[in-house]
Design a binder for this molecule. Structure first.
Ligand code: BMA
Length: 342
């Protein structure tokens, strides 16, 4: 049986050793992970999250002509306008890239003096990035923009952080849909996908931008199993959302489709993490749908230390999702086609 996601034999495809020295900020960085991804002309581009030895976070662009071997640029992305924000920003991290018309929107998490927030920058050339703004709302993370507007409004999936961990940051177990006219003020339209208590995806957050397919919006998300005393295990799964109303979940994977198994996923700055954050899908039909045979390059952070790649097709990811009932649950029985054994 072909696994749903097949790891690249070149993994990890980007590590700290691939990052040119950019003194004084980035010299021999600690880690490179959780990248945003997009196609720019013929180039495969990643916006990397790079962490310095001082544990400061920077974005740097990497480019490739095959999606596998990346050259990391020797300059840090400067988001124009970010330094004028008065909310006490400590880190910007986990960029997700969505193209709408001829603009790329980079949506990222922002660690502030108070809570975690979601910000947006735009670029048209991956040289110049301009801040659109940072939402001044409640604690939220894992924001990702849909690749089209609905009645002129932007739509995003995000993950409110409603759970305060005793020994760490805030987190959440529900992905919600929000809309905005200006990418700064967001209104919640309600829940989309819930975490499943005691299973692989107790806590969840959206990964790369939803992909328009004839079966619905295809979403890859991360799930965290928290019930292994002390270890949070980050895995990846998929779901299909209704094209007209993305709050309606049509199907989701019963099990994870990628979990930490390789040494580079099991060991690192944060052990046991695969964190899908970007994908590039080769091909679109005349009506703007990703066809089932289209190849999927899924980029993920491994153990908060390196960038990895796993491949699939749109069809294989769709097939891995099982229909849900009106409560959003997969009816019991039927064998799962999704387990990965490599
Ligand atoms: C999440 C985010 C990710 C990170 C993951 C594992 O809460 O902070 O950036 O990869 O934890 O540490």
């Amino acid at each position: 049986m072909i696994p749903v996601l097949v790891r690249s034999s070149d993994n990890p495809i980007v590590t700290g050793f691939d990052v040119p020295a950019m003194p004084p900020d980035l010299v021999d960085p600690t880690s490179v992970f959780n990248p945003g991804a997009t196609k720019f002309g013929d180039l495969y581009l990643l916006v990397l999250r790079i962490q310095s030895r001082g544990r400061k976070t920077y974005f740097v662009v990497a480019e490739s002509d095959n999606g596998r071997n990346f050259d990391v640029r020797d300059r840090i992305v400067e988001i124009e306008g970010l330094d004028q924000e008065a909310m006490g920003i400590h880190h910007v991290f986990d960029p997700r890239i969505t193209k709408i018309d001829d603009t790329w929107y980079v949506m990222f998490a922002v660690d502030t003096d108070t809570v975690c927030r979601v910000g947006v920058a735009t670029t048209r050339d991956f040289e110049r990035f301009e801040l659109v703004g940072i939402e001044a709302g409640p604690d939220v993370r894992n924001g990702v923009l849909f690749p089209e507007r609905k009645e002129g409004r932007f739509l995003r999936l995000d993950r409110p952080n409603r759970i305060q961990l005793a020994d760490g940051p805030t987190t959440g177990d529900e992905i919600v849909l929000s809309e905005s006219d200006d990418l700064v003020a967001w209104r919640s339209l309600g829940p989309v996908l819930k975490g499943r208590p005691r299973l692989w995806d107790e806590r969840i957050g959206a990964g790369p931008p939803p992909l328009r397919t004839r079966h619905g919006w295809l979403l890859v998300y991360h799930g965290v199993a928290t019930h292994f005393s002390g270890a949070n295990i980050y895995q990846a799964g998929a779901a299909i959302l209704d094209l007209e109303d993305p709050r309606r979940v049509l199907a989701r994977t019963r099990d994870n489709i990628l979990e930490p198994r390789k040494l580079y996923e099991l060991v690192g700055q944060v052990p046991n993490v695969v964190f899908p954050s970007g994908w590039i899908v080769d091909g679109e039909d005349d009506d703007g749908f990703a066809p089932e045979e289209a190849r999927v390059h899924l980029y993920y952070g491994a153990a908060d230390t390196s960038v990895c790649l796993a491949n699939s097709t749109v069809g294989r990811l769709i097939e891995a999702c099982e229909p849900v009932n009106s409560h959003g649950s997969i009816p019991s029985a039927s064998s799962s086609p999704t387990s990965e054994n490599v």
